[in-house]
Design a protein around this ligand. Structure first.
Ligand SMILES: [Zn+2]
Length: 52
């Protein structure tokens, strides 16, 4: 099952892959900021959603 991580504010998909990865690693790739709405991201269920 794919792992998906997306911005809770605008729904931008930050990560969508079959490969499981540490969510904090993904946030680091984006500089802890959503590229679309520039919301500061943190690995927090309020801010990002993860579905598997
Ligand atoms: Zn966003």
């Amino acid at each position: 099952m794919p792992q998906r991580i997306y911005c809770r504010k605008c729904g931008f998909i930050l990560y969508n892959s079959q490969e499981l990865i540490c969510p904090s690693e993904i946030l680091k790739r984006f500089g802890d900021e959503c590229p679309r709405c520039h919301k500061t991201l943190s690995f927090n269920p309020q801010l990002v959603s993860i579905s598997r």
